[in-house]
Each structure stands twice: as structure tokens, then as C-alpha cells.
Design a protein around this ligand. Structure first.
Ligand SMILES: *[C@@H]1O[C@H](CO)[C@@H](O)[C@H](O)[C@H]1NC(C)=O
Ligand SMILES: *[C@@H]1O[C@H](CO)[C@@H](O)[C@H](O)[C@H]1NC(C)=O
Length: 347
């Protein structure tokens, strides 16, 4: 009898001890998981390393000629504006002015000052001068920049596929960009939800970024560039020596002015770019978290005034425009087509 009782008690004790031990260990794990969750509530994991190529947008390519102000054309236009005959003294002053306009590029705005200094007295004569129109008139034309273009091995007309691209480095030409002047009116794109509906359509629309169908060195886009006219060079007034600055970016983004690769003008030189894409998708649960917790915004959660699509980079660019507007009541010439209506409203 007493042995049975003892056994009974010891079973109960054992069960209780086991239960307490389990609960404690579980508690430790739950606490650790909770601490991890409150520190970083988002888990990033690799879903697949075999993402199909056709689902990805081909990158946009923006090409900016280093000589973005054709000297001879600029001299003529400026002399006509001033109603002065072009002598060597005026030529020198106009070179300073054109150099200042040429270097009007983020993040080098401060470099304009050195060029403006010697011609400070002249500037009031340009109070009603349309800089934006002037910079478009002196920009090398598409036919002066590109010789031939190939998309997926087939020759295409360069001036059909390259469009005027406004950037913080001035006016450039871009391929496959949804932020060019030609595609600016396209609705804001959501890359992944759009994709399903577009998949089966063969025909190419300008609002639909291109897709590559194969990988390798000879696929994708190929472009041959022309030599610039040495007469039109601003020499030391340019940011780069004659050549081109090339930017690769997502089709819905603007090129980042600080990030391009400079290609000096050289005969027979080829420049190849290999792109390694990585796609990050957020699940619906991420959206359920508060903005403070996830520390990022979805494109539809914020509306920008000037640029269509919310991206962190567009937001920063707009912030700079606001800052410039507050600082001097002006705005950089390259975004005048976008900022015009905000200036009127006291932007
Ligand atoms: C330009 O200058 C000439 C001579 O100085 C003058 O006759 C002419 O009216 C001026 N034109 C304009 C548009 O100011
Ligand atoms: C300046 O020129 C641009 C480009 O030609 C034009 O769109 C804009 O309306 C002009 N601005 C003014 C104030 O005339």
C-alpha cells in the first residue's frame, strides 16, 4: 500500500517537474523569438535562385554626352540674344557662361561659381533668357551622338529607341526608361502586378519596359557612339573630357547623377556591362506592420508632387528641388517641364 502511494506521489512529482521544466524552456524560446521580432519584425529569405529572365525588366540606359553645350551653336544663340557682334572678348565671356551652364549638375552646383565670377556684370542681360530652351538647342542631336543601335541582335533606329531624358546632370538620352520625355505620361508602374496581364502580348508599347530573352554577351542592347566635333568642345569648362557618361538604372527610376560611368572618346573601344539582378518582394504581412516598424514605404503610400512613382530616390530628388526652391526661389533648368506648375503655385 505505502509503496503504491509512494509510487503515485513520485509520478505526480515527476509530472509536475517535467511540466515546469518544459514551460520554462518554452518560455525562454518564446522570449527569444519575441525579442528578435521586436528588434527586426521582417524576415528576409531566399525564395529561389532560378528567377526567369523574361519576368525582369531590361535596365534603362541613359547616355549623357560630356559635351552637352555645342560651343559654336551656343555662341551664335547668345550673341543674338545680346544683340552683340561676336568678338574674341565676347567669345571669352560666353565660354564662361556656357561652362557654368554645362556644369550645372548635381552634386557640382558649387563649381558654377568660378565660371560666373568673371561675367557677373553680364548676368542681368540674361534675366529673361530661357535656359531650358537654350540647353535643348545646344544639346547634340540624337543623330550626332549615336551611330547605330542593336536590340536583341536586330538593328533599330537609334533615334526611335533613345529619347530625351531629364536628369540632375542635365539633358541626356535614354533607352527603355519610363522617365524620359517620351514616356513621362505613362501611368505609374507596379512592376509585378502589371506583369501577369502583359505577359502574352507580343507587341511592344512604349509604356511597357523591354524584356531580354537570353543572357550572354551578345544579347541585350548594343550601341555605337559617334565622335564629337572638337570645335564644339568647351575644353576645361566641361565636367568630363569629350566622351560619354553612361548610367544604368531601373526603368521607373531616374538616373542617379553621381553614379554614371565615364567613357572617354576612343577609337575602337568597346564597353560591356553585365547586370546581375536581384529582386526583393514584400509579402502582404509586411504591409500590415506600421511604417515605423518596417521603416520603408510602399509605392502607393506616398504621393510625390513632381515625380509620378514613389521611390526613395525620387523622394530625395524632390527634396532637393524643394530645397533649391526655398533657398533661391528658382529651380534647375532640367526639370522645368515638371516643376513649372509648382512654381506658379509658389513651390
Ligand atoms: C540690335 O542692334 C542694332 C545696332 O546696334 C540695332 O539697330 C537693332 O535695333 C538692335 N536689335 C534689337 C532687336 O535690339
Ligand atoms: C522655356 O523653354 C521651354 C522649352 O522650349 C518651354 O517649354 C518653356 O515654356 C519656356 N519657358 C518660358 C518661361 O518661356
Amino acid at each position: 500500500m505505502s509503496i503504491f502511494l509512494l509510487f503515485c506521489v513520485s509520478v505526480r512529482v515527476c509530472t509536475a517537474v517535467a511540466f515546469i521544466a518544459c514551460a520554462t524552456i518554452a518560455g525562454v524560446f518564446v522570449r527569444r523569438a519575441w525579442e528578435k521580432f521586436s528588434k527586426s519584425p521582417i524576415v528576409v529569405n531566399v525564395e529561389t535562385t532560378n528567377y526567369p529572365l523574361y519576368k525582369l525588366h531590361f535596365p534603362a540606359i541613359t547616355i549623357c554626352p560630356a559635351n552637352n553645350v555645342k560651343k559654336t551653336v551656343g555662341e551664335e544663340l547668345l550673341a543674338r540674344h545680346l544683340n552683340m557682334t561676336l568678338d574674341s572678348n565676347l567669345q571669352q565671356n560666353l565660354l564662361s557662361l556656357m561652362s557654368a551652364l554645362s556644369i550645372c549638375q548635381y552634386p557640382f552646383y558649387f563649381r558654377m561659381q568660378a565660371h560666373f565670377k568673371p561675367i557677373f556684370d553680364m548676368l542681368p542681360l540674361f534675366s529673361d533668357f530661357n535656359v531650358s530652351r537654350f540647353m535643348l538647342q545646344v544639346l547634340p542631336k540624337c543623330s550626332e551622338v549615336f551611330e547605330s543601335c542593336f536590340w536583341l541582335g536586330k538593328e533599330v533606329d537609334c533615334c526611335d529607341v533613345f529619347h530625351l531624358q531629364r536628369t540632375e546632370a542635365g539633358f541626356c538620352y535614354s533607352f527603355n526608361s519610363l522617365t524620359s520625355d517620351d514616356t513621362w505620361s505613362c501611368a505609374a508602374q507596379d512592376e509585378f502586378s502589371q506583369h501577369a496581364a502583359q505577359k502574352e502580348k507580343d507587341e511592344y508599347t512604349k509604356c511597357q519596359p523591354r524584356h531580354n530573352i537570353a543572357s550572354g554577351t551578345t544579347t541585350g542592347f548594343e550601341v555605337f557612339l559617334l565622335h564629337s566635333n572638337p570645335e564644339n568642345s568647351l575644353g576645361a569648362g566641361q565636367r568630363d573630357k569629350n566622351g560619354f557618361r553612361v548610367y544604368l538604372h531601373h526603368p521607373t527610376h531616374f538616373p542617379e547623377a553621381g553614379k554614371g560611368v565615364f567613357l572617354p572618346e576612343q577609337k575602337g573601344k568597346a564597353f560591356r556591362v553585365e547586370v546581375t539582378p536581384s529582386v526583393t518582394q514584400s509579402s502582404a504581412e509586411v504591409r500590415a506592420l506600421s511604417i515605423a516598424q518596417r521603416q520603408c514605404l510602399f509605392p502607393d503610400e506616398m504621393r510625390l508632387q513632381v515625380f509620378h512613382t514613389y521611390t526613395q530616390q525620387n523622394c530625395l530628388m524632390e527634396c532637393r528641388l524643394h530645397h533649391v526652391a526655398n533657398f533661391c526661389g528658382c529651380h534647375p533648368y532640367f526639370f522645368s517641364a515638371f516643376t513649372g506648375k509648382y512654381m506658379e503655385k509658389g513651390f
